[in-house]
Unconditional design. Structure first.
Ligand code: ZN
Ligand code: ZN
Length: 271
């Protein structure tokens, strides 16, 4: 699966309980690694949302492959609460195959930020799953002419620039936000999600009979989105992690039936 949104492209595969991984270009980082996939091997930065194996089983595979093929060092961001377990597991995997992985584990808490490329930062936020979990914003900083110089003629601006006057302001926007597995209350906890340019959000359940189950297992039901449909101002809402009991056609029908005009901005990352 590959989706393109202007300058940003998203590659990956996602099905609830099976595998979920994404690569985001730029900067080429990975959000979760599923059960491992060759499409992940170029990622120098990998961010794991939680310890469920449909999201992180592939981690030793990715590190092993990168070690054997000269991929260089890998930085692995993860919820601080699972860092010890992850480190021990990776150590065992390396010992099992007599290999040495080259990686830096970065335990993260909500609000922690890592630079991932020119003008690009990943910031962690709290999500609401049944095990310790984080979501990640990919933010981009942009420079634009400061408001106070909006009416200044070009030659004057050039002169100011030559004199070393700072005529630009720096602003930051959430370019893409990814929640991993989470119950719908993440949307109330982290309102920035409604405004992120691209929101990559799980929608595991569609059947009205599964609403209670979704909440119990820390997942989102299409009705959770329907209830908040008028709050999403994102350019694109990309749904992922669909349960294997549903087909893509069922998801498409439910989006049209339940989400009203929001449906026009919805895509799915299901494969
Ligand atoms: Zn999952
Ligand atoms: Zn999970």
């Amino acid at each position: 699966m590959r989706l393109t949104f202007g300058d940003l492209s998203l590659e990956g595969a996602s099905r609830g309980g099976d595998r979920t991984w994404f690569r985001v270009h730029p900067p080429g980082l990975a959000f979760d690694v599923g059960r491992g996939a060759l499409g992940l091997m170029g990622a120098r930065d990998v961010f794991v949302t939680h310890g469920h194996l449909d999201h992180c089983l592939g981690l030793p595979f990715v590190l092993s492959y990168r070690a054997r093929h000269g991929g260089g060092s890998t930085r692995v961001g993860c919820p601080a609460a699972i860092a010890d377990a992850l480190a021990g597991w990776l150590e065992d995997a390396a010992r099992l195959e007599g290999a040495q992985y080259d990686f830096e584990l970065v335990p993260m808490e909500p609000g922690d930020r890592l630079s991932v490329g020119p003008d690009l930062t990943v910031e962690a936020f709290a999500t609401a799953h049944v095990v310790p979990s984080l979501g990640y914003h990919l933010t981009r900083s942009r420079r634009c002419l400061a408001q106070r110089y909006r009416d200044t003629p070009g030659p004057e601006l050039a002169a100011l620039r030559r004199q070393g006057v700072e005529i630009e302001d720096e602003s930051e926007e959430d370019w893409l936000s990814y929640c991993g597995d989470t119950a719908a209350r993440v949307l109330d906890q982290e309102p920035r999600l409604f405004a992120s340019r691209i929101l990559l959000l799980e929608c595991t359940f569609l059947d009205p009979a599964h609403r209670e189950q979704a909440a119990r297992y820390g997942h989102i039901h299409i009705d959770d989105l329907a209830e908040r449909a008028d709050r999403f101002t994102n350019e694109h809402l990309v749904l992922c992690h669909l349960s294997r009991r549903h087909t893509v056609e069922q998801l498409r029908d439910a989006v049209v039936e339940r989400l009203g005009s929001l449906a026009e901005r919805v895509e799915w990352a299901v494969a």
